[in-house]
Ligand binder design. Sequence first.
Ligand code: SF4
Length: 117
Amino acid sequence: MSHQDHPSNINKPRRHFLRLTGASVGVITLASVAPKFARADDLPHLTSDDATAKALGYVEDSAKADSAKFPNHKPTQQCANCNFYQGAAGSEYAPCTLFPGKAVRGKGWCSAYVAKA
Ligand code: SF4
């Protein structure tokens, strides 16, 4: 058997082809299943029915937060001035890093509130 007939040499182009097509299929598959970047307008609004929202005392109106349960709450604390709020100033709803896939109200509040630095 000559050097060129060696099985590892015969299959080189085939392996190269398979590697390329495999990589291409992987990229195409990833692109098709990766979530599209969602605009805040497209996201469903977080409601107080959500289990995590309930646990954190989320309300759409900061003035309506349960002050007995959350004595450190201040009405000036609102999602719009929280460090986790992803919206521009003045946006009515925007994503919050604590509630992926949902939009919270700029005037809302939850007990995970952290003032923007
Ligand atoms: S973490 Fe901040 S932005 Fe998110 S819901 Fe709570 S108060 Fe609003």
